[in-house]
Design a protein around this ligand. Sequence first.
Ligand SMILES: *[C@@H]1O[C@H](CO)[C@@H](O)[C@H](O)[C@H]1NC(C)=O
Ligand SMILES: *[C@@H]1O[C@H](CO)[C@@H](O)[C@H](O)[C@H]1NC(C)=O
Ligand SMILES: *[C@@H]1O[C@H](CO)[C@@H](O)[C@H](O)[C@H]1NC(C)=O
Ligand SMILES: *[C@@H]1O[C@H](CO)[C@@H](O)[C@H](O)[C@H]1NC(C)=O
Ligand SMILES: *[C@@H]1O[C@H](CO)[C@@H](O)[C@H](O)[C@H]1NC(C)=O
Ligand SMILES: [Cu+2]
Length: 698
Amino acid sequence: MATKMMPLLSVLLPIALAILLLATSVTVANAASSHSHPHPLNSLSAAELKAASAAVHASSFVKARPITIHYVGLDEPDKADVLSYASNPAASSTTILPRRALVIARAGGESHELIVNVTDISAPSVVSYAIHRGAGFPAFTVEEQAAASALPPTYPPFVESVRRRGLNLSEVGCGSLSKGWFGGEDEGTAWRGARVAKMQCFVVSGTANLYARPLAGVTLVVDMDQMAVVGYRDRVVQPVPKAEGTEYRADKIGPPFTGPAVAPGVVVQPEGKGFRMDGNVVSWANWEFHVGFDMRAGTVISSATIHDADAGLRRRVLYRGFVSDVFVPYMDPAEEWYFRTFMDAGEYNFGISAFPLQPGSDCPANAAYLDAYYANQDGEPVKVDNVICVFERYAGDVAWRHTEASLPNQIVTEVRPDVTLVVRMVASTGNYDYILDWEFKTTGTIKFVASLTGILAMQATSYTHTDQIKEDAHGTLVAENTLGIYHDHFITCHLDLDVDGTKNSFVKNSLTPMRNTGDTPRRSYWTLRREVAETESDGQVKLDDAPRVLLFVNPSKKTKIGNEIGYRLLPGGATATSLLDDDDYPQRRASYTKKQVWVTPYNRSEKWVSGRYAQQSTGEDNLAAWTKKNRQIKDEDIVLWYTLGLHHVPCQEDFPVMPSLSATFELRPFNFFESNQLIRTRPPGHGNSTNCSCGGVG
Ligand SMILES: *[C@@H]1O[C@H](CO)[C@@H](O)[C@H](O)[C@H]1NC(C)=O
Ligand SMILES: *[C@@H]1O[C@H](CO)[C@@H](O)[C@H](O)[C@H]1NC(C)=O
Ligand SMILES: *[C@@H]1O[C@H](CO)[C@@H](O)[C@H](O)[C@H]1NC(C)=O
Ligand SMILES: *[C@@H]1O[C@H](CO)[C@@H](O)[C@H](O)[C@H]1NC(C)=O
Ligand SMILES: *[C@@H]1O[C@H](CO)[C@@H](O)[C@H](O)[C@H]1NC(C)=O
Ligand SMILES: [Cu+2]
């Protein structure tokens, strides 16, 4: 969720383990090519962002003033053109792909969509223009959230509410909450049909943990286009929870530091980093992929290919992967809480919620960092340093091993350590921090990890002990006068898989219990029932029905012994689906959260699972709505949408800051290679890699 107020200070943690990281020993056949042109999927540069907004301001399409820019992102070239570039970058000197920006701007109370040709940044031109007529609005900008925060202290009824609670205005700060959509609730109000935020205010003195000290009972409605308070309610006065015990900054807490101590550690790569970066193209071990940045999605992984040593060529795996949205509904139906049903990426922009990573804490010492730019509401490029990190990880895990002890005189043990490559960004949307990792393994696996940390959304209460709670409190009492409200996190990834080529099929293999009719004494077993999804309705899977092996195969390609070339979607533990009623308004907006798996035909307009305009959306433009066409998905260019889901019942350990909780899934080769790709990797112990300064146990 979401109140943008002030940057959180980072806490210093010691690195727990001494790690000696090997430069990975898989050899890559293709050297990085020296690209004659920037990669067509490169994020917009500072100059391109500037040119795009300048063209919008100069165009005759948008007449009203002021113009506020809410989104500027790469309008991707056609996939076929990108693929032909990627297959032969050196030859693309004659075919420069156009650089286009999609700009979403507000002016005159309308949302304007412009595509700007920024191929020549000195002469940008608007190539298409539309006014958005449907439901919903673009994400809040940073600047308008700051402007909205400044309104309550100038609004006399609010000043009175603060005084009534015995507080000083200088102790109070407010953040903007998206209000969702609840049918006709706005009828008869001053803000009917308007783009509004509801303000939540906090006592900001005495702690950096403002979320622990909400000013309960007060709701302000701000019209974000007029930038004026249009609604106000002061319903109930609750005690403000105390500041004591809510702090998390090391310099405010200690010394003495009395937590569990761990020995400091180091990360050593005696042979240097094992990956290369040619612009935004990362080459590591058998992998090559492009890392981009979008102000809504944050990290975008593109054109991921893997080198196949048996075949002697690079093979395609993932054309595009990114977080499409994160739906976070809270479970308190009261006046001040019912509307808290956030779309964290669509309403607040994950990319602009990403702050510089802290070297040595957010990412290990051997990490490389990428900077990025986004456009602010005036269209000026804003640089975010160190927004994404890339590092090799050896965490002591095993990639494969075997001990053969059948012949006692000749025990054989063979082990390979699991060294992986991680691409990380952290989005801090108000109280929550999402650590988002794309982890590449030499086996061919891509693992996505979303780790939730940060601060709970808390409600002030009169309760100081659970004995006093007689009704449904809609949360856990996590401290005196403080409820951590029940909620969910649904993180949806857009995964345009191109398994060894563009056309793929989705195959559901159901594990089916069987009765043995043969003449052995065994009574039962299970076997596979294979079903190839024909249309989008076959492409939807709710995982708790039955055990399944879900595959994305290339029906035109087989291994030498005849299996279909494929990748498997391997869900991790976080498979919660929404428990809200289908007719409830937030569920209509996020109707795709009742099934974890959806498969659609590729469509370059269908990127945002919650719709292009997620703010106050109604569900008319979302993944579930698109699939009503029930398009063909068999042997087509298809996109997997996978939703990680967690029901979050807060506990006291989540207070004052929540220890990180991870949700994962894997895309794992399944009959993609002829055999285990790691057989010919060298075991560790060659060269200097055995050097370690760990010493004995003290
Ligand atoms: C985009 O701009 C470039 C450079 O000015 C030009 O060559 C190209 O034709 C333009 N494309 C379109 C679609 O306007
Ligand atoms: C309010 O806070 C300001 C700044 O800390 C202080 O100068 C002022 O005296 C305070 N007023 C009251 C009524 O406490
Ligand atoms: C592509 O997506 C857009 C937006 O959902 C839709 O209007 C259009 O009809 C889609 N095209 C096809 C071929 O499905
Ligand atoms: C060991 O490290 C040294 C110094 O970094 C280097 O010169 C030498 O080539 C390395 N030896 C091997 C076998 O990698
Ligand atoms: C191991 O590392 C230490 C400290 O960096 C260095 O002095 C020593 O020469 C290294 N040993 C080998 C075998 O590389
Ligand atoms: Cu949570």
